[in-house]
Design a protein around this ligand. Structure first.
Ligand code: ATP
Length: 257
């Protein structure tokens, strides 16, 4: 059996006295795309921020490539090969597109590798090459998402954490971005943990999925099984706002592969 690339075990995270994550366990295997679904406030962003070291896990374990990273700083986590694309992208609006991309490579010294990865990013997103000398703040929302993903790729990660890549984007653009996320996974061998409210596109793209509700994993399974599950159809796929309204208590269960 393959050892997981990332293994999160019974993690609990607080904001001051408020417990946001209540014993979350999940795994990402090498080369896998894993989706975490859930309504507003379920704790998806908090899970990613805990893995990337922005927040401390009060309890539980986080292991990456067999190493304990629970108390690692965000900088150490990046150096170990995990890159986080945050919700809202957080690009540097006053820097050019190219300068933004180069900030992603700040941990690296291999000039040839950096040049190669820049070409790879421009191959996935040619518009970034066309606009490489323009200020990033002038890009559209979709282009800023492309830049945020590319900046993370410039760190040469083994695992990408993507927080709501579909946020605020038109449906056609969402499909294009997720197609490229799939290509990056297959062509670069980068594993991906993506949190999304758009369950349809996330389940179509990912291999395995978890549903998070009020800080707990309530359902998990391979994405084909999840898409066939009545609960998922009813609360996450069937209705436009089902993810937001899906506040019912799930029966704890696992949908087996
Ligand atoms: P969204 O899709 O809206 O981003 P989410 O599933 O990512 O939702 P989180 O942002 O992780 O959810 O929030 C989980 C819980 O933690 C929510 O109850 C939220 O109100 C709370 N929370 C998030 N950030 C903070 C904070 N800085 N201080 C206090 N509570 C917070």
């Amino acid at each position: 059996m393959t050892e997981p690339l990332l293994s999160v075990g019974a993690v609990e995270t607080y904001y001051g006295p408020i417990q946001a994550i209540r014993g979350v366990s999940l795994q990402v295997n090498p080369g896998q795309i894993v989706a975490v679904l859930g309504a507003n406030g379920a704790g998806k962003t908090t899970v990613l921020r805990t893995i990337s070291g922005v927040l401390n896990a009060e309890r539980g374990s986080i292991r990456f490539q067999g190493r304990d990273i629970r108390n690692a700083s965000p900088d150490q986590v990046v150096r170990m090969g995990i890159c986080h694309v945050p919700e809202g992208r957080e690009i540097f609006p006053l820097l050019t597109v190219r300068e933004n991309l180069m900030t992603g490579a700040y941990t690296r010294r291999d000039r040839d590798g950096i040049a190669r990865d820049l070409d790879i990013c421009f191959g996935y997103f040619p518009v970034l090459k066309e606009r490489s000398h323009q200020r990033a703040g002038l890009l559209s929302g979709g282009q800023q998402q492309m830049l945020a993903i590319s900046r993370a790729l410039m760190a040469s990660p083994r695992l990408l954490l993507l927080d709501e890549p579909s946020l605020g984007l038109a449906p056609l653009l969402v499909t294009q971005i997720f197609d490229i996320i799939r290509r990056i996974n297959q062509e670069q061998g980068v594993a991906i943990l993506v949190v999304e409210q758009n369950a349809h596109i996330a389940l179509k793209t990912a291999d395995y999925g978890y549903v998070l509700e009020t800080g707990r994993i309530v359902v998990q399974g391979d994405c084909v099984s999840l898409m066939e599950s009545d609960d998922i159809k009813e609360f996450y796929l069937g209705q436009k706002d089902a993810g937001v309204r899906g506040q019912r208590r799930w029966r704890r269960k696992k949908i087996w592969r």
